[in-house]
Design a protein around this ligand. Sequence first.
Ligand SMILES: Cc1cc2nc3c(=O)[nH]c(=O)nc-3n(C[C@H](O)[C@H](O)[C@H](O)COP(=O)(O)OP(=O)(O)OC[C@H]3O[C@@H](n4cnc5c(N)ncnc54)[C@H](O)[C@@H]3O)c2cc1C
Length: 403
Amino acid sequence: MHEYDVAIVGGGPIGGFIADKISKKGFNVALYEEHKNIGEPLKCAGLVSSRVFDIVDVKKENIIQNSIKGAHIHSPSGQILTIGGDKVHALVINRSMFDYEIIKQAMESNTEVFLENKIISAKKSEDHIKFRTSKNNKNIRCKLLVGADGPFSTIRKWFNFSEPTEILKGIGAEITNTNLDPNFVEIFLGRNVAPGFFAWIIPTNKSGTKARTGLCISPDMSNFTPKHFLLNLFKNKQFSDFFKNVEITKRIGGAIPLGPLKKTYADNMLLVGDAAAQVKPTSGGGIYTGLLCASHCITVAEAALQKNNFSQQILKKYQKMWSADIGKELNRGMRFRTIFKNLTDKQIDKYIEKFQNLKTIDIISKYGDIDYPSKLAIPLLKTNPSILKLLPKTLKKNKGRKN
Ligand SMILES: Cc1cc2nc3c(=O)[nH]c(=O)nc-3n(C[C@H](O)[C@H](O)[C@H](O)COP(=O)(O)OP(=O)(O)OC[C@H]3O[C@@H](n4cnc5c(N)ncnc54)[C@H](O)[C@@H]3O)c2cc1C
């Protein structure tokens, strides 16, 4: 029977990054990806902070398409709040190329990469995990199984981990013939635009003629499909200037899990990235947060491999490490999300109105950080204490109550 030190389920950026680093230390690593081509189908808008490239060392020239300095936020009634504009706040990446470069590095570090090879069963057996794949009917063994298998992780299900609090449905497209300010993303808010979340247009080149657009919805807030809302966005007269004469060159789909799991380890098992819902609840971005957690997964996996001990007692350090690092920020993000989901369109309009002053815009530009949005909360409240009055009534009633 074939045996690996580590088997990784999922050839996304998180699985690929973990495979590369552990292989480099000389361990025997296998990575399984159910699709034929890495990075396809596309399930991402590709907006990240430069911190991603502090973690992953890949050739940026092939990956970075554009840089973003600010955002135009469109309220439900059509007001526009412009924030940023002074410095680069985010980078637009070619996500397929990003994933591809990470997996290429893993292969160069001797990870055995199996494409079009789905893990179809896995179970704990004595001191290891036994699994089967769609291309191999015989059991394969590993000492440590890493579930990096995305939002609908079957590893999470098979090993009885809890589920994320909610899973957003996403849709989008790559478009051409746009006429955008290349330095700004456009964000659209409102229950008729994207119930429970938002829609976006992200310019993907320096002339503003190409972009990625899309939206996510909260399934518990609408019976309509994401496609219904995307078609509405394209048809919406208020936004017609953005979509006039555009052509769709590629479709984007996907799901975003929110509400990080309270337990992400078991004997011989670790869950990482979207599989563990290590995603920013305010923006749906999961590349930076997933990679950050992956770096802790690597540290703990390597320690377990050195000790040849894969018990929960050893592996639980992973949970401690990522929780101390980004867990609090993700939990704060879930609290902001509860507030946001409870806002009516009128309340969103009132917030945007309140923020339309130079002092607030300055604060947002100074403290706004796409990876750590909570850093903005206190300075924003200090300059605008009256925004607390806009909190939905239900949340005010619960204020002070412990959940
Ligand atoms: C519409 C949309 C827009 C987004 N935009 C952004 C953004 O702008 N910025 C950002 O940071 N994040 C964004 N995200 C989130 C980001 O895409 C994810 O957080 C990121 O992909 C997580 O990486 P991962 O490796 O954990 O999971 P994934 O990228 O989902 O990779 C998991 C892989 O596992 C494979 N797999 C699953 N089950 C099996 C199995 N049984 N056997 C073998 N293989 C399997 C899947 O095919 C997949 O390739 C967006 C998501 C969506 C849906």
